[in-house]
Design a protein around this ligand. Structure first.
Ligand code: GDP
Ligand code: MN
Length: 388
């Protein structure tokens, strides 16, 4: 019986496919088709990962986290003494893995910075297992000491309860919540004192359910270090005044007592349109922060935090760590030391910063450039840009 001609073509195509399949199992074939070969042939420019930052194990099963860390240490890339900081509950595990996977894919798979996870409770084995399995860097897990977390004894609970009830009436977001207030106070004045962070100089804060849109092919920690930056942000906006009605009064009192803490050329202009008389409510959005831990540990900020804490506003109002950090950075650093990471595409609901133009292409960003909060009416980033 005659076999029709198209059958021959089919058989030949099948044979070629089979050959490819077999060849792809062969190590030399694998090497030439590896996605790592898409890296620039001449290696990376300075500040970017060298080819050797690409994991290079093979053969005997999978490498342990420690094997890979050694690899990173040996690859000769200049690093900062830096770490990711994550405050989370066990129930934040899955939403956090979403953020962490993106951080690893966009940056940390080659940078290999460690993570410090902090919690007011013990982290579960499940939380530890899944987070550590997401990265080749090392994860450290710490418990927050009760005094750094809970409402202090000397807070007048009756006054605090009344304040919360009033905020519920006014429908202020998180107005009812004591844990949220603990969190804001902890992030404002305690996270950088945790023993697990003692040996680090720089941190990058990551929250659950955020998005990182673009590949990072340089190390932002080295930008901080090399250019003596103390605070890095992506988004800024106005604070709800109901949460901070007396914060600026406290700030002004503090400035009057310690005028020497404010350097020439600070960023007061970002905070106030009348030379410090009133607060315009602008702050950097602290769910994203790349910062200098030693800046928070310095005398001016330490004194500042203690001063604010004694006012009780974290509980009698609902002072957020975003305005507190922003005011601290804007007053006690020079404006050039605050850095806008314009090429880091980032989203925390409901706002996003999407890099524009060339930066979008460079980072292979996947955000819509038309969806960008930078110069919307509710953003303060124009005020930041206008300072320079
Ligand atoms: P929002 O961004 O202001 O809406 O606040 P989030 O709910 O995202 O909380 C800010 C950060 O603090 C996140 O990283 C949370 O995981 C963390 N967080 C909030 N409340 C608690 C808490 O009670 N315990 C712990 N351990 N972490 C918390
Ligand atoms: Mn959040």
């Amino acid at each position: 019986m005659m076999i029709p001609r198209w059958r021959y073509i089919g058989i030949a195509a099948g044979f070629v496919f089979l050959l490819h399949l077999l060849a792809s199992i062969h190590p030399t074939y694998r090497a030439t088709t590896s996605p790592f070969n898409l890296l620039p042939s001449g290696g990376w420019k300075s500040g970017q990962p060298p080819d050797s930052a690409v994991p290079k194990w093979g053969g005997e099963g999978l490498p342990s986290a420690d094997d890979l860390r050694d690899d990173a240490a040996l690859d000769g890339r200049r690093r900062a003494n830096a770490v990711f900081v994550v405050l989370a509950r066990n129930s934040d595990l899955w939403p956090f893995l979403d953020s962490m996977r993106q951080m690893e894919d966009r940056f940390n798979h080659w940078a290999k910075y460690d993570y410090v996870f902090l919690n007011d409770d013990d982290f579960s084995d499940e939380f530890k297992r899944y987070t550590q399995s997401m990265t080749k860097a090392k994860c450290h897990y710490g418990k927050i000491e009760p005094d750094h977390w809970h409402q202090p004894e000397w807070i007048d609970e009756e006054k605090a309860t009344k304040a919360r009830e009033e905020m519920i009436r006014k429908k202020v977001i998180y107005g009812h919540s004591v844990p949220y207030r603990n969190m804001c106070r902890f992030n404002s004045g305690f996270f950088y004192r945790h023993p697990l962070l003692a040996d680090y100089d720089y941190y990058w804060r990551i929250e659950p359910s955020v998005k990182f849109f673009c590949d990072l092919n340089y190390d932002p920690f080295l930008v901080m270090k090399d250019e003596q930056k103390v605070y890095g942000f992506t988004l800024s906006l106005y604070e709800y005044i109901e949460t901070i009605p007396t914060l600026w009064d406290a700030v002004k009192e503090f400035i009057q007592e310690h005028p020497d803490y404010l350097p020439e050329g600070n960023a007061m202009q970002f905070l106030s349109d009348d030379g410090g008389e009133t607060y315009n409510k602008c702050h950097f959005w602290s769910n994203f922060e790349i910062g200098d831990l030693n800046f928070w540990r310095s005398e001016p900020y330490t004194e500042f935090f203690d001063y604010l804490d004694k006012k009780g506003g974290f509980y009698y109002e609902r002072w957020g760590d975003a305005p507190v950090h922003s005011i601290g950075a804007a007053l006690f650093a020079k404006k050039e030391q605050i850095h806008w990471f314009e090429d880091i595409g980032y989203r925390h609901e409901p706002f996003q910063h999407c890099p524009q133009g060339e930066a979008h292409t460079r980072g292979n960003c996947w955000c819509d450039q038309g969806n960008n909060f930078d110069f919307e009416w509710y953003s303060c980033t124009k005020r930041y840009v206008d300072m320079f």
